[in-house]
Write a protein that binds this ligand. Sequence first.
Ligand code: C5P
Length: 287
Amino acid sequence: IHLATPAIVAVAPAMNQAMWAHAASVANISMLQERGVRIIGPDEGIQACGDVGPGRMQQPDAIVHNLGSLFQTGRLAGKKLVITAGPTREALDPVRYISNHSSGKMGYALAEAAIEAGANVSLISGPVAIAPPERCQFTAVESAQQMLNASLEAAADADIFIAAAAVADYRASSVAEQKIKKQGEQISISLEKNPDIVATVAQQTDCFVVGFAAETQDVESYARDKLARKNLHAIIANDVSRGDVGFNAEDNEVSWIDADSTKVFSKRSKAQLARDILEHMVNHHKL
Ligand code: C5P
């Protein structure tokens, strides 16, 4: 089959470190590469036999990711995309903060899909539990103010800005220098409004700007209101009142809303949805 197929052929070696280092393996891998076979991995680490070193098979999800990049559509080749993702953390004192349950999954899936489509991607992320994608410019931030600064800097020469982050609407009016001590039965914390990152980027740059609207009711009308108020080119609306989609879930179901149309994307994995959203964005808006 291998000799007859016109398909792209990839191999993911899984070997003991001495086998991988052997002159025969080195020569064979180099011959396969010369014939156009893609070599995925291997990783380094503990091996089934107990040895440690290079030769371990890459993790299956890394193999899938690397295979994805062999099928780049190239639809976003030459474009710079900036994506915000995850929650922000607003400090109250040196040990406490206000935040939210955003997992960052949708923003990271968009970053992966944009990389797959050949874009130059800057991912600006609040604290999340997922590893950043390879082959992107990654900036870790905590507060909304830090996310705004990083976004404005990255968006200055970008083509597309997608705001998938769940930015805290408010921050403490003043951050206590020392840990706040337990006092009476009640304490009050004074909060002040955070800057609106996506609206600021829409106002100050030439990017095509896409926001998200997470709503629990009247999803489309609230989203349309945000689209106009924040001066965005498009907004992706999702209903977060459901447990099976949206925040933290593996799947999502959203609507792409722009000035003259609404397109519903039925429930699918966030990875697939991200690819479909980017394809729609490129086709519908001729980017
Ligand atoms: O107003 P709301 O928070 O519902 O708007 C959601 C959209 O605006 C998301 O795209 C989010 O990333 C963005 N946003 C922002 N800065 C804020 C608040 C929201 O960029 N301070």
